[in-house]
Design a protein around this ligand. Structure first.
Ligand SMILES: *[C@@H]1O[C@H](CO)[C@@H](O)[C@H](O)[C@H]1NC(C)=O
Ligand SMILES: *[C@@H]1O[C@H](CO)[C@@H](O)[C@H](O)[C@H]1NC(C)=O
Ligand SMILES: *[C@@H]1O[C@H](CO)[C@@H](O)[C@H](O)[C@H]1NC(C)=O
Ligand SMILES: *[C@@H]1O[C@H](CO)[C@@H](O)[C@H](O)[C@H]1NC(C)=O
Ligand SMILES: *[C@@H]1O[C@H](CO)[C@@H](O)[C@H](O)[C@H]1NC(C)=O
Length: 464
């Protein structure tokens, strides 16, 4: 049920105008343009939000929104916190917040010929039993502030350093946050941020007194770009066997892939990134698909809804974001700063993490950019003495409330989940199932209950 209405002006029906806040279009204009607190549903406001300074000289800061657990299973002092990082490089985690896994999502409807943006409760929100923290990362992204372009990180080490500082500051905001287990999660280019942040944290923790460590408990990556050299080599085969291209097109695509791999191996980073873009552009052109993020979609994901929503000054004020920032879903400036980082691998960091904490890799099955085949290709290469056991483990059928939700394979600290009927943005496409997945993984039940590694394929049902 829509809880918030942003009426748009009628004049240009194809364009959404955020004009002002009115509650459900009632008692228009005359008396009270209803104040924000009453029109932005109270329960949709973050528990806390604002800025975490990462450079005390320049005041560059990471913007955050935090949503406390709706139905915590334990006292809040022990309730896990999930951190969400968007990809890009340079895309805002507000996309995750308001389009994927946050408690309320922006959607669009047409009523009485007027276009509306509405906020709707997300039945699969990831803050159902956990605290949920969105960070606009790196600085320069979304509502985050980079005091100068030179300060925007150009490599994963600097990204991780800022994330560590920001998260330490967040944890210090409230005694309630001090010791809670932290799980790093994210999607797409966060396939590098998440391992980099996790790796940095475990290394940094070693040299810190217990009170100043981050209580890292696991990392989860959705449709990640983690080992680009391996992943860029999989598009042609995967599209060919999906019936989307023919043999001749496959050969052409393979040539382009080889070029991207060659440039990566020779450390020609900028050219390697451009070569990967050529592969993806060519695949898009050959298939005529609306988006590689989901081969079923006739229209791309509508992430511009989030940009429209966040361009409203009342909303910025409610979120405690700097009002002068003109919000972009993805920052070109940050994209440029990390251009030479794109083809650099973060696989060695995942190899370190799987020996020291738990790791979940999940993908929507219909993604052609960073999908199942591309992830399995680098998992096979992992330097980890249990990888053979993992590869031999059975893939279990996973159901939620009796319905097929996907497949899962696990060995000790490494779990892999394929989410069926989902593309690149898994929580957008399968909200409830993605919630079941993340909760069961963190709490080690259902799918992830220890001792479930069977010789025989089994059917597992996560009852909600
Ligand atoms: C803070 O910004 C200054 C000026 O750009 C830079 O020299 C310094 O390395 C930055 N520090 C951190 C922690 O990023
Ligand atoms: C950074 O913030 C502090 C405290 O708000 C302020 O005193 C200082 O002038 C700021 N520095 C810059 C470079 O904006
Ligand atoms: C990078 O690759 C491009 C295209 O192959 C080439 O023109 C350029 O010289 C290379 N640069 C370096 C530093 O090797
Ligand atoms: C693919 O590229 C060719 C040549 O640039 C163009 O003529 C064609 O329309 C493109 N096809 C699609 C589906 O975009
Ligand atoms: C799995 O992770 C735990 C920490 O959660 C660690 O103590 C253990 O050594 C890891 N197991 C393996 C086999 O690496």
């Amino acid at each position: 049920m829509p809880l918030l209405e942003l009426p748009s002006m009628e004049s240009k029906p194809k364009q959404l105008h955020l004009f002002m806040f009115l509650l459900l279009l009632t008692n228009c204009l005359s008396s009270s343009a209803i104040t924000l607190e009453s029109s932005f549903p109270q329960q949709a406001l973050p528990t806390k939000s604002g800025y975490l300074t990462v450079n005390s000289t320049t005041n560059s800061s990471i913007f955050y929104t935090f949503y406390e657990a709706q139905k915590p299973r334990t006292t809040l002092f022990e309730t896990p916190i999930l951190i969400w990082l968007q990809g890009g490089p340079g895309c805002s985690s507000m996309l995750g917040n308001f389009y994927e896994l946050g408690p309320f999502r922006v959607s669009f409807s047409l009523r009485h010929n007027v276009e509306h943006l509405t906020l709707e409760r997300n039945p699969g929100s990831w803050n159902h039993v956990f605290g949920l923290l969105f960070l606009d990362n790196p600085i320069g992204t979304g509502f985050s502030i980079a005091s100068s372009p030179d300060e925007i990180p150009r490599n994963q080490h600097d990204v991780a350093r800022h994330l560590f500082t920001a998260t330490r500051k967040f944890v210090a905001l409230d005694r309630l946050f001090e010791n809670r287990p932290i799980y790093l999660t994210g999607e797409s280019y966060a396939g590098k941020y998440v391992p980099a942040f996790g790796y940095y944290t475990l290394k940094k923790n070693e040299g810190l007194p217990k009170s100043r460590r981050l209580n890292l408990a696991g990392v989860a990556i959705g449709n990640g770009l983690t080992d680009p050299e391996t992943q860029v080599g999989t598009h042609a085969l995967s599209a060919y066997y999906s019936g989307l291209i023919n043999e001749k097109q496959r050969e052409k695509l393979e040539m382009l892939q080889k070029e991207a791999i060659r440039l990566t191996r020779s450390g020609n980073w900028s050219e390697a990134t451009s070569a990967r873009s050529r592969v993806l552009r060519t695949l898009t052109n050959m298939t005529g698909l609306a988006t590689l993020y989901d081969f079923r979609r006739l229209k791309p994901y509508e992430d511009e809804l989030v940009a429209k929503f966040l361009s409203n000054v009342e909303i910025k004020r409610a979120l405690k974001a700097r009002e002068s920032i003109s919000f972009d879903v993805c920052s070109d400036l940050v994209g440029k700063a990390l251009h030479e980082d794109v083809m650099k691998s973060a696989r060695y960091m995942v190899e370190f993490l799987v020996k020291n904490t738990k790791v979940l890799l999940y993908q929507g099955q219909c993604d052609l950019r960073d999908g199942v085949v591309s992830t399995e290709a680098w998992m096979k290469k992992m330097k980890w003495d249990r990888i053979g056991k993992f590869l031999e483990a059975e893939r279990n059928v996973w159901r939620v409330n009796g319905e097929l939700a996907g497949y899962m394979q696990k060995w000790e600290n490494l779990s892999h989940v394929v989410v069926v009927n989902a593309g690149h943005l898994v929580p957008t496409d399968q909200a409830v199932n993605s919630q079941a997945m993340i909760e069961d993984w963190v709490l080690e039940k259902g799918l992830f209950a220890t001792g479930l590694v069977k010789q025989k394929p089994s059917n597992i049902d996560s009852r909600r």
